[in-house]
Design a protein around this ligand. Sequence first.
Ligand SMILES: Nc1nc2c(ncn2[C@@H]2O[C@H](COP(=O)(O)OP(=O)(O)OP(=O)(O)O)[C@@H](O)[C@H]2O)c(=O)[nH]1
Length: 418
Amino acid sequence: MFDGLKDKLSGFTSDVEEDVDEEAVEGDEDDAADEQPVDESPAEAEIDGHTPEGGPGEETVEPTAEAVASPETAADVDTAAEEPPSGVDTEDEAAESDTPTESDAPTVEDEPEGGATPDDESGGRSLTEKAKLMASGKTVIEEEDLQKHLDDLELALLSSDVEMSVANEILTGVEENLTGQTRRRLSSTGNLVRDALREALYDVISVGQFDFDERVQQADSPVVIIFTGVNGVGKTTTIAKMAQYFEDRGMSTVLANGDTYRAGANEQLQKHAENLGKKIITHEQGSDPTAVVYDAVEYAKANDVDVVLGDTAGRLHTSDDLMAQLEKIDRNIDPDMTIFVDEAVAGQDAVNRAREFDDAAEIDGAVLTKADADPQGGAAISVAHVTGKPILFLGTGQDYDDLEPFDPERIVDSLFDE
Ligand SMILES: Nc1nc2c(ncn2[C@@H]2O[C@H](COP(=O)(O)OP(=O)(O)OP(=O)(O)O)[C@@H](O)[C@H]2O)c(=O)[nH]1
């Protein structure tokens, strides 16, 4: 599931890491050339941004060439070191922080031949110590380098069918998450980039999330759920899967075939109802879908059934007639939820249809079917952000139990599985 997208995201993080890696190597070479056993003179202290009187609490690391080129000041660097970004392992940070620690302190063996000794009586580091820290992999992700990678990331997202505005939102998120925290040890840069991307993705796909089970529990019985979406995307199968889902949670269901437009729709839902041992309410082709759902609600009330699952005609969403039907169901039945169903594999088309269905007859959430057959993940990434309504479930196969609650955190994690 979403393997193509996963590869592209991993390409982004490794490209950024690689860039940083190269810079660190360059930094090492510069540092080695520069490493002279000298006492800290006032001039050098100035470059460092600190006076020799500076206490340990004000200590920082001498800027690398990159840091000097960077718009960030030494003070910014200190701040970044003191305030780890969210999502970055604080233990790692503590271990890798710029803040002096005992383990950072050089041992006698670490001193270069004829080298300087800690020369700062006030407790600061010598230049040699600072050079060692730099050589150990302190580095900078330059904004202009990042921009190049963000352009690549944008292409990767768009080619995975992520909607344009959603891709932009992700890029802005990544940039914001990395800006101001550009100075890290190399060993943690990979995590930093991954976390920045992970967080930006999470922000767009978790839009509007609510607890589906809780909402069902809180609604008056029978809970009425109406399913909308175009033909052939797996809507009928999803209704059957939902019946199984409720069965697994000890709740009874009745199915209502509100798709009175299409020949064969009754038989199709009937087959699922038989397979699952569920009651189905149908009317003849061409009759009023609201009447079918109404009858199903009456049946549920009379027979103590917990949930009514209503199919609707999957004609083109631009059809006024279809929208009129949905409005009529809304007016007369006032369903507890209207769920839009489309197939993940439809990518941008699914995203556009979700937006249009939501505009025409407000949805509460979406189910994306055939996620098992979708390498791109664009619809899964985009639908919630575009509609402001959450993806509630993913269809992950043709069996009745191939329905997974959509867990944004798990989805994002799976995109970064090693
Ligand atoms: N791989 C896979 N196939 C699915 C999934 N959901 C549905 N399908 C298949 O998609 C095909 C179409 O599903 P239907 O439920 O008939 O689609 P529909 O939206 O009801 O179509 P209409 O009845 O024409 O409106 C069927 O062969 C289903 O088995 C899924 O999550 N994964």
